[in-house]
Write a protein that binds this ligand. Sequence first.
Ligand code: FAD
Length: 319
Amino acid sequence: MSDVLAISEHRQGELRDASYEVVTAGRELADETGGDLHLGVIGGDVDTYADELNLEGVDAIHTVDEGDEFNHDVYTQTTEQLFDATGASYLLVPHTVNGMDYAPAVAGKTDVPVVTDAIGIAHNGALEITREMYSSKVETTVDVDSDEAIVTTRPAEWEATETDGDASVEAFDVEIDQDAVGSTVTGFEEAAGGDVDLGESEFIVSIGRGIDEEDNLDLIEELADTVGADLGSSRPLVDNGWLPKNRQVGQSGKVVTPDVYIAIGISGAVQHVAGMKGADTIIAINTDPSAPIYDIADYGVVGDLFEVVPQLIEEFGGT
Ligand code: FAD
């Protein structure tokens, strides 16, 4: 019987989807080990977060009020102490910018092995982690030869738990060694175009190299506005400096899970697909009927985007 500790995540006062997903991952693992699921809630408004995250499958919630800003040293120390105090064997942390930052540090301090970017976790007597390798071309299983492990879980790989639960909630007394806090957070600044977090979008219109020229992007922006979608893109447009980095979908960009993803003039390279294959419905518009994007599309229009997109704008109420 091994307990599991999962850590939630918020940004600027808003809980992230990854918090609800890591609960699912944690519950599944705890079911396989026969243990309890503890949830660590670190942040400013922790009582509100704990209320929100009192979800089915969570046995105990431990809140730590350490302010809303993410600080590497504070999160590392807090998580290390929580891991120790709960007696959990496995620590799950969302594989986000924050999680990637502090989870390996906790591993370093506790001397517990860490496996990052998991897309699957199983326990058949020992921990088995599924990860992708070689630009998502192959999946590999990592057998963890230890009774303890730290695992970062890739966002959008587990369904979010949304049903309410009845976990106990307790404030956890953490002792931060201020001498070991080497960094100070002076503020939070959104990246260019940071008004949108595609990871949380429900409807994305995404554009690729088929757009041909930067000036043509107006057409796709008009479509996105018309249908009420957020604008995404493949990597070449970001590399060209036509769109900010936070619009890039894919292996080295955002992993997105919208209800609808329209891929326009995007070939469907494996690195792009790695970021959007979790969309519920995928619609492709491409001149090339043999483009790989059609292998995963639910619906497709084989045609020139400069003819198809204006028709869509007209159909859905634009000019
Ligand atoms: P192309 O592959 O050039 O496809 C353009 C498509 O547009 C074609 O299918 C063409 O038929 C179609 N087209 C052309 N004209 C029209 C028209 N008028 N109407 C309709 N269709 C048209 N890529 C990402 O997207 N995201 C990533 O995160 C990412 N990470 C990477 C990481 C690594 C380590 C590497 C090596 C590569 C990565 N890439 C990533 C790049 C990836 O391999 C592809 O090069 C890229 O996705 C291709 O973008 P694209 O589909 O827009 O362009």
